[in-house]
Design a protein. Sequence first.
Length: 341
Amino acid sequence: MSYRVGIFIVSLCLLVAGLSATAADYPGDAMAGDITTVQAAILNERFDRADSLAQTMIERYPHDPVGYLFRAAGMLSEMTAFEDNLYDTRFTSLIDTTIALAESVIDSTDGTQAAWMYLYLGNARAYRALWEARFGSFVSAIRNGFGARDAFEAGLAADSTVYDLYVGLGSYHYWKSARAGLFKFVGILSDDRDKGIHELQLAADSARLFADQARQALIWIWLDREQYDSALVASQEAFEKYPHGNLFLFPMARAQFELHKYRDAIATYKLIRDRIADEPGNYYNLIEVDYRLSRTYERVQELDRARTIARAVRDYVDQVPRRIQQLHRDALDYLHHMARI
């Protein structure tokens, strides 16, 4: 055997050993740190920073789906915040790349790394489902939702200790039941809401990297179940950790309102309103917060302030895209009525 061949074989053995160790330990500490950092940027609604961090991850891990997934996650969060299809083909291209890379790795590995690839695959399909539900095809949203569920379940079959998989699976089980309506009543779909809550609580306690996402998901479930005390505590805790965005302020204000803590709700909605003023074009949330703030002033019998808020809509309503006006038709009707009183 020649020296070159010997060196090649030794190098190959070391490479395989390294890949095996990486697969068993996936994701390593460096990647886990990168994930935590970009997630914090997204939850703080620092979208430009999140995009830059995700692009760095793509450059650092070009053959891993993780950077592509988080770049898509940041774009989806921004599109959701603005209720505007800002990125369209860029977002869907990133999702397609994430899916292709995840499936490629799944074909060549198993165990822990395969479980994480199924997590990325499931998240990619879940993000696509959310995007389709807002801006695309309802049928495609349903199909991708089922695909996400299948990926999460496959991930748990590969490694049941990757508790991060329960974030997506728990969300799926709860909301498909909560929104099942007649299908649940006639027995076509089972009621898995309690199962979904249990899975999300398990993820909140034991997930390695996505525990905060599980806690975020539970906030909206507590609101859906009218457990406003739990929603308020959870949203306050989340806001203390991620104080720079409005993501946790909206559910906090809603819980305060429902608990008749109207002065607290007014203060929270005013904080949101001040922040939105620095976000040109965020008309969806601007209408939402003006509607909520006016209603809260009405509830405490401060009708002059309720009318002042309602009349402020006249300053921007002509600039609001037709789609946003349709989505907020009831809120705008209320504000126009209040402005005329």
